[in-house]
Design a protein around this ligand. Structure first.
Ligand code: PNS
Length: 183
């Protein structure tokens, strides 16, 4: 069985990697698929995220990294995948994830969503949390792979006060200009 693990991955965290590693044990192939989403203002371009994920998963032979636009189920169909893989951290994830799974089911009856409970140690972790910490000068070394941490530090060093987050919410905290980056 082939599983698609779709997401924004802006950037990939140890929480995502936990799901990928465990997914690899369950499925023949796990395709980590970065959504090209024109409605979001990401910190990293799709290309940068693909490179970050490739480097972080290069030791996992049955992982493929790709990007897609449009509906996840359409992309999954195109890749002959039968499963959409998602991680569940806390109860608050559940509502949104269940809604997404039900929506996807209406779009494709044959597609199953499989949830993995994120390991306890990463239950608090999200890409937004990582960016929030780094934005205020904190260390994210324990939350993301080293090469991703370096990218993040570089990004915020170049763009201090960059105020982008994954949830499309904007928190303006300084007088620095919002940095426009290619999606
Ligand atoms: O990492 P994220 O941002 O939580 O991932 C969300 C994602 C990419 C899985 C979801 O937004 C998605 O599947 N978008 C593609 C559009 C789509 O298929 N929508 C229908 C399901 S709600």
């Amino acid at each position: 069985m082939i599983a698609i693990y779709p997401g924004s991955f802006d950037p990939i965290t140890f929480g995502h990697l936990d799901i990928i590693k465990r997914g690899c044990l369950l499925f023949e192939r796990v395709i980590v698929a970065v959504l090209r989403n024109p409605n979001k203002s990401p910190l990293f371009t799709v290309q940068e995220r693909l490179e970050q994920i490739r480097l972080a998963t290069q030791h996992l032979p049955n992982v493929e990294v790709d990007s897609f636009a449009g509906l996840t189920v359409e992309y999954a169909r195109l890749r002959h995948a039968q499963v959409l893989l998602r991680g569940l951290r806390v109860l608050s994830d559940f509502e949104m994830e269940l809604q997404m799974a039900h929506t996807n089911k209406t779009l494709s009856q044959e597609m199953e969503t499989v949830f993995l409970a994120t390991s306890n140690e990463y239950s608090f972790l999200s890409s937004s949390v990582v960016k929030e910490i780094a934005r205020f000068g904190g260390s994210v070394d324990h939350l993301v792979p080293q090469h991703v941490a370096l990218d993040i530090y570089k990004c915020y060093a170049q763009n201090p006060g960059s105020n982008q987050t994954t949830n499309n919410t904007t928190t303006t905290t300084t007088n620095y200009p919002k940095v426009e980056r290619e999606v």
